[in-house]
Design a protein around this ligand. Sequence first.
Ligand SMILES: [Zn+2]
Length: 833
Amino acid sequence: MQLISKINYDLTFEPFFTGFTFNGKEVISFTAAKSIKNISLNSAELIIKKCYLIKDGKTIHTKFSMNEKDEDLFILFEKNLKGKMKLCIEFSGVLNDRLLGFYRSQYKDQSGKTKYLATTQFEAADARRAFPCWDEPAVKATFDVSLLIDKKLTAISNMPEKSKSTSGSKTLVEFERSPVMSTYLLYLGVGEFEYLETKLRNINIRVITTKGKKNKGKLSLDLTKKFLAEYEKYFGIKYPLPKLDMLAIPDFAAGAMENWGAITFRETILLYDVKTSSTRTKQYIAEVISHELAHQWFGNLVTMKWWNDLWLNESFATFMATKIVDRFYPEWDYWDQFLDDAMNTAMNLDALKTSHSIDVTVNHPSEIREIFDSISYDKGGCILRMLEHFVGEKKFQTGLKKYLVKHQYDNAEGRDLWNAIGTVSKQPIDKMMKTWINQVGFPLLEVARKGSILSMKQSRFLLEDIKHSKKGIWSIPLVIEEGSQRNRKLMTKKSEKVKLQNKDRNFVINSGRTGFYRVQYDNNTLENLSLLIDEKTLNHIDRWSLQNDYFAQILSGKKSVHGYLDFISAYYDEDNYISSLSLAHNLYSLYIISNKEKFSDEIRQYAINFLGTIFDRLGWKKTKNESHTDALLRSFAIIGMGKLGDRKIISDAEAHFKRYLKDPKSLPADLQEAVFSLVAWNGNEITHKKFIMLFRKADSQEEKLRFLGAMCSFKQKKLLLKTLNFTLGPDVRSQNIQLPIMRITSNIYGKEFMWPWLKNNWKKIIKKAGIGNPLLKRVVDSIGHVVDSKQEKDVRKFFKNNPVRGTEMTLEQTLERVRIHSKFLISLKKEFA
Ligand SMILES: [Zn+2]
């Protein structure tokens, strides 16, 4: 039995846009099961003005004290109390500009006038910055929200308006009571909004923007309606709220946030313009909308008990996002893209000694921020995909439904989900999943064939080859494909032997890369498989997978680069998207790593040959029957070829740019990034000025970012420094501060000066981003591109003197990557000596 239960928050907020503060009043009704004399609430950055209790109609006085460090408001009653009571608190706070809690966002309206709106971001632990509360996911409550606002403004919360009354210059908007939910999902929004709307049954769906932008919300409105209906079907549970708002917020730290019934997005992820938006933007909009809608059930209706199960929310939404998008856009090959994107990113991170297990202990709020990473989102998503393939789609879905129905309006743990799927599938899911969720890393499966006998051995795959760290046994759902036959087996031991059906036939393990592990075949088998690649009788995912596994093994020092370069000759006429992209990407990164070395020309030639074949096939112009992914691959090939020094492509890009300056419609959105970055690559001070002008003139965030990206592609130090100064200035939003830094650290011409620049400007970066901004993790991560292992001490010293809470693990991961790259470069030099 819980000590405190039946909690309702009756909240009234009054935000002020002059002075950027807010007043708040709350009445927390609850029942205490036992007699209590004090209570602790989470509270931070608030001034408490009054605090008293009402019990049986009588006022009870209190003494209260704030502990800012622990973000704790301690309230002592004048006597012991039990049963139903009301805690009344009056407080005030600041509408901050740090993109968390109750904060302000600044933008310019169509006439160029500066405007503000107030909005909230409470996940993970920032509701306490807006009102004193039990700010933990497991302490669910109902909410009655009221907003007292200037009568010209509009107020939004999770629920529909219940009533509205105006007196003088102010309007009081009261919202209907919310269902039982966690504090991190509450939403408050006040501003000059406009919207598009539609209906699904009786559910009112709106896309809400600042004035003048609603027409860019058409695609999102349409996708929201379609996806919401599909989720209802998939889960077998109706969307439980009477309305759903999708809000485009000019300043927003994350990509989007799943507040129940009032989902917030960056403008670039909700607004779409047929004329200026790219194919990639369209995909991303669909994916993020799908992700946030999945949370309306998984996360909002059923919530994790504590943040150690955050992955459960995020992995699930990541997995479902792709599943639902794929149903509506099968031509996007979105599961393929998931592999080269989510799985690849997750495996690269999880191959580090300094990675963490999916289920991880978290205590302080800054630790929660730290685990919003590729392990929680991508690896978790891959593990769920593996589980779905293991038990079958139908049983997986039935298990999920059971789980959601059982725990709705309540909290649950990972184990509850495994039990539900285990019961339906009659498999030991809990035991199997433990090896993937509670254990860091993933296995490398070494496979050797002798006639019809396969010997298999598993060990942890690490990029840094350290013997004692390779411990671990995973329950691996094996799929062994021999021709049209598929054998399934759950491997639970360190090493096992399996008999093949036929001693001569070829076989593939982990076909379709359904399992989260890498495979290393014996040389003979690999040679046979390379013949199948050559003939393209092997399916495209397996072609992608074999090359992808091979490349990871050269980085870990297990295989030679020459061996890899020989192997990939089998891909000479590869035309599949992810297979081509991954190979081109790997060759290009080999070139970058070896850039200053004598032998880099040899590697460059491989990259040019491969990218050139892709470009020859696709050309500049979109053809009528080309596939959706060709547009994505074309842009990559053009940028690659241009940066590898192809004169013709650069002069073509310059011609396109000239025409674009006269007539922006002449250049399709999908080619803009490629053209702009090559023009910058070959450009000078005048070109840089042009991009600044274009940036200032552009009216969508998407276009602005495209121009800012181009400004990071120059070769001249002077111009790159100009871009960085521009970034720290007023033109670039704090939410985008990490982008130019990441771009310029990846630019080979940024390598020399970026680390000293970062050190010299660190205080300005922190000031602009705001303490606690999760994007600082990306900035720390990018340092790995511009230092070598000799500078490790210097980097450590710097962060010891300038600690950034919530980036400690990222720093260790970055430094490990630096060591791996330095070692790799040494072995590369030996190999090519
Ligand atoms: Zn999410």
